[in-house]
Design a protein around this ligand. Structure first.
Ligand code: NAP
Length: 281
């Protein structure tokens, strides 16, 4: 799928690097198929040396040489970057934006032309190739383009294809989700310390428990309720703990957290969209 394609990255920060790593690690691309840019020369040098890919400080060069272009700069400088390269963009190139909260129509409006666009909401776990990404195609993106995007993001975890309007919900769940899980693991480790374990042992036990439970769920394909029932024996320890969690409102608290983060994503998206539109006027 990506065998004969040149893949360009505008912005080679955390996410850019994670995707470059994923593409090379899964042998989807050879280093010479990847060209990345950044404003920081030391960053480019480090990426070039680590992965053997090509690097430039000149964004238009990336666009000119690439079939697929990943926009991996911060949302607040998206307008500046898109305007800088717009001249070299056309419908033959697939543009994938990972900028949180930047709608596809805002990118077209910055470029002042119709583009073949895909918007993706990944999460930070792409850095350890266990991310999850939601992919939404713009009006000119074909099924093949969506498959190409899916191939790229599957190299750093898993991905799903959805409609763009659902990306705020994705941001509230999996985009912000690593923070929730870090908090839960930290709290479990605190609990371990409270009942007499060392901090380091408690952290290993808590984090591996979360990893193992997620893996078991994914590998068995069973409903989480069924697995919960499996580990809950009559009058045992797990049901006593679960009772306390329900009493503390864990389920409702998590639902509320995702809902409020989704609303916040909508608000921030509106601010970003207004900024892009107002600056243009
Ligand atoms: N990190 C996440 O968990 C996450 C999750 C989902 C989506 N995203 C999205 O992914 C995008 C990238 O995030 P990130 O965490 O990788 O950010 P990052 O680490 O700051 O990477 C962006 C890179 O682009 C560079 N840059 C700044 N201006 C540039 C320009 N004009 N041309 C080329 N490069 C330029 C930055 O340099 P300076 O540092 O000098 O500015 C930085 O090295 C963002 O839009 C973010 O919303 C991130």
């Amino acid at each position: 799928m990506l065998k004969n394609k040149q893949v360009g990255f505008l912005g080679s920060g955390n996410m850019g690097e994670a995707l470059i790593h994923g593409l090379l690690h899964s042998h989807l691309c050879r280093p010479e198929q990847i060209l990345c840019s950044d404003v920081r020369p030391e960053r480019l040098k480090a990426i070039r040396e680590k992965y053997g890919v090509k690097g430039t400080s000149h964004n238009p060069e990336v666009v000119k040489q690439s079939d697929i272009i990943v926009l991996a700069v911060k949302p607040q400088i998206m307008k500046q970057v898109v305007e800088e390269v717009a001249k070299y963009l056309d419908l033959s190139k697939l543009i994938i934006s990972i900028a949180a909260g930047v709608p596809l129509d805002a990118i077209e409006s910055c470029a002042r032309k119709e583009l073949k666009l895909i918007r993706v909401m990944p999460n930070i776990c792409v850095s350890v190739r266990e991310g999850v990404s939601a992919i939404a195609g713009g009006k000119h993106a074909s099924k093949e383009d969506l498959i190409a995007a899916k191939t790229i993001f599957d190299s750093v975890g898993k991905s799903i294809i959805i409609e763009e309007y659902l990306l705020d919900a994705v941001t509230g769940l999996s985009g912000s989700g690593p923070a929730y899980i870090f908090l839960i693991i930290d709290a479990l480790a605190d609990a371990g310390v409270k009942v007499g374990l060392s901090r380091s042992d408690a952290l290993i036990l808590a984090s591996q428990t979360v990893l193992g439970a997620a893996k078991m769920l994914i590998e068995t394909g069973e409903h989480p309720g069924k697995l919960k029932d499996m580990v809950t024996s009559p009058g045992g320890t797990a049901i006593a703990g679960l009772h306390t969690l329900e009493e503390g409102g864990l389920r409702t608290t998590l639902i509320n957290a995702v809902e409020v983060a989704t609303q916040r994503s909508k608000v921030l998206g509106e601010i970003i969209k207004n900024n892009l539109t107002n600056e243009k006027a």
